[in-house]
Design a binder for this molecule. Structure first.
Ligand SMILES: C[S@@+](CC[C@H](N)C(=O)[O-])C[C@H]1O[C@@H](n2cnc3c(N)ncnc32)[C@H](O)[C@@H]1O
Length: 226
């Protein structure tokens, strides 16, 4: 998927992936990460997800990255937050929107995740990946998983090794339909993350893809930990 694909999706408002309500699997499983309040949670490929509001409501700071600036602007407008906008000192293509909600800071980077450096993002204590890994085609996923790990294993993190991650994936017969969202098997989750994380499946359950309701789909929740 090139950047133009996502720019076009947002421009045409073809954003069926965006959920109006907080993801119930986030509410159910995020406590498994055992994070102290005021930890900082990284949300890669964040879109304008209201899951970030829920994370703030739980006492966490949020740091997100999103390619499409209008998505980030919509997030702040729709949640009545007035952001401060700054441009990256060295890279004019990168901007940072920062605002406060429920006493927490939400900082969303408008950037290609692959252009972001750990020192840009700052402290990361945990990661929440919903519709990020599965948004990317197979040939980008290993590079993405490495990038997420690089961005979250910064010196200031509280985690002694890798910051824990809650990862949501979908699994279906990829020959029946092309992504995104792409199907990811448990073997692929292992392939992307097992060299650095212990991987535990917290839940697997039947699900429905709105764009293809006839498809047999399962949704999986993974805890990646040290
Ligand atoms: C399927 S959406 C999921 C958004 C969000 N996680 C959610 O649950 O609603 C994937 C998002 O990733 C963004 N994106 C795609 N490639 C990206 C990249 N290389 N860097 C940053 N964001 C990217 C897209 O613009 C899109 O908003």
């Amino acid at each position: 998927m090139n950047p133009e694909f996502w720019q076009q999706r947002w421009q045409d408002k073809r954003i069926g992936f965006n959920q109006p309500e907080v993801n119930p699997l986030l509410i159910k499983h995020f406590p498994a990460l055992n994070l102290p309040t005021d930890s900082r949670v990284f949300v890669p490929l964040c879109g304008k997800s209201v899951d970030m509001i829920w994370l703030a409501s739980q006492g966490y700071e949020v740091a997100g990255v999103e390619l499409v600036e209008s998505a980030v602007q919509a997030f702040f407008t729709e949640n009545n937050i007035s952001p401060t906008v700054t441009r990256h000192a060295d890279n004019p293509n990168i901007k940072c929107y920062q605002g406060q909600i429920l006493g927490q800071t939400i900082e969303l980077w408008v950037a290609d995740i692959f252009a972001l450096k750990p020192e840009d993002l700052g402290q990361v204590d945990a990661i929440y990946d919903r519709a990020a890994l599965i948004a990317l085609p197979a040939d980008m996923r290993l590079k993405y998983s490495e990038k997420v790990r690089q961005l979250s294993s910064n010196i200031s993190s509280r985690a002694s090794g890798n910051a824990p991650q809650l990862l949501l994936t979908l699994n279906y017969d990829q020959s029946e339909r092309n992504g995104p969202p792409f199907s990811i098997s448990s073997e692929q989750v292992q392939q992307y993350y097992s060299s650095h994380y212990r991987i535990t499946e917290l839940e697997g359950k039947p699900s429905i893809l709105n764009a293809a309701p006839e498809l047999a789909v399962t949704e999986h929740v993974w805890l990646l930990s040290d």
